[in-house]
Design a protein around this ligand. Sequence first.
Ligand code: CTP
Ligand code: MG
Length: 595
Amino acid sequence: MSVDRDDEILGKAYDSQLMKRLLGYVKPYKKYVVFAIILNIVVAGLGPVRPFLTKIAIDDYIITSDYEGLFIIAAFLVGSLMMQAVIQYFLTYYTQLMGQKIIFDLRKKVFAHVQKLALKFFDKTPIGRTVTRVTNDIESLNELFSSGIVMVFSDLFIIFWIFVFMFFMTWDLSLVTLSVLPVLIYATFLFRRKVREAYRDERKHLARLNSYMQEHVSGMSIVQLFTKEREERKRYAGIGTDYRTAKINAVFYYAIFFPVVEILSSIAIGLIIWYGGGNVLQGTLTIGSVIAFLQYTEMFFRPIRDLSEKYNIMQTAMASSERLFNLLDDKTIVENPESPKQLGTVTGKIDFKNVWFAYNKGEYVLKDVSFSINPGETIAIVGATGAGKTSINNLITRFYDIDKGSICIDGKDIKSIRKETLREHISIVLQDIFLFSGTIKSNINLDYEGITDAQVIDAAKTVGAHDFISNLPNGYDEEVKEKGATLSVGQKQLISFARALAFNPQILILDEATSSIDTETENIIQKAIEKLLMGRTSIVIAHRLSTIQNADKILVMHKGELREMGSHQELLSQKGIYYKLYQLQYKDQEVLKTI
Ligand code: CTP
Ligand code: MG
């Protein structure tokens, strides 16, 4: 099983390079950040003021029975709480707003980038991984943007103000209270290191669990067909156990860290009562100060307790952003020329000149292929499986770029034309038909506004799909489920023909599906293909003898080389590869037809 290396990125809790890049996305929302930081400073200031007010209330008014003064202080306390509540509202709302806006920007950017990526990228990247980038990974940045960045400021401010107030009241009790600090810092340091390791383990096993699940849900029919359920369950349980163990390990460190912080905070409280209480007895300290100190201690330990959570946010965010940036930095892109040539009206002449091509460096799947197709001609490509037929198609549309040689359309090298312009003139019916979730109509016109309903119906009629579509309960508006699962293979094929026709391209490429269908549909499809090819330059990767015989020229591919070229009769009389193929594969079709 392949393990997604990207998903095992551990990520530092803080990486200045990544952070710098992330902050780049915050830039357009600087206003929000400044606003949030100001509010935070105010909130951070309001909190530590309260214990100090309590101290004044006790020492100056309660002990002296000053009701009026006490009332004023109480009013101040309530006022500060109310103010904090109002500010908190704005803070939460605006930081979340900012976070969501940034995330939306990022999501758009990642999607746009994914669209730009060449097919080479999708050959080597599982779909699930790309989806995870656009969903989970981006989402986990939300917390960083919305609360993380701003929270760090507020925590630092709170701690700073607590120190100021404490030392202002009494420095020796402050020192005694803070004597637990070194232990706390050390404990936090240890915790961080351990959790980091546990976290890596956890992520690794989670990635495995996910990819296993994904693969086996997509391949459910195979699992059920070969009754591998029990076995697969066992394997899944095995991977699940690893994940559980890793998770429990991580929880273990949290389970230790929290009580340790709790104990330290209790020790601090004990120290205050013991040392501060003693000072009160000696008359060197007021009782109000001791109570204020108790409150400060509580306030001081809270951000530290939250630290573990924030640490998690940071860690996840850093790992996610690293993966996201890896995707955004992926340069597997078919580049457009800097000063593209215009294509104008295309007559449809295609020239392959000494084309060499490899998916993987050095492993050529097309070797020195040369041929020409005149405008309006139909050529058929035949050859054994893996001979390189589909590859030829992939090159004409620039799904991939060739390594050597040239491909020209109307005498212009396709590399000198914008790929969008190029593709406007080409329709392609792929070997594996793909339907989007939507309606039959939207699958034919792909929601292009330029294609009218009448044109959709016209295209469907021409390829012979109109009859079955009209018989559907909702006709052209019938819902198509993901990948067209509710349609038969033949129906899907007809829809994909109608799609190609609706776009009325000058050049048509057809990768015939090998799967055989019933004779009636077969006849419809055969007629559809004839109509499809009429009046345009066409390349058909053919499995049907009829298509091959009707072609102007047949190219015979063998192990990436163009070995024979000519008409059906010419090639048969050569008694070469085509002759053999004919004997083995196509002759039967002829025999079948005569039955
Ligand atoms: N190949 C590859 N990477 C891809 C697609 C294909 O390495 N993304 C390889 C295949 O393993 C094969 C060769 O390229 O060895 C030619 O593949 P293709 O042109 O798809 O073969 P076809 O002639 O179209 O075969 P079929 O009739 O089975 O469709
Ligand atoms: Mg193929």
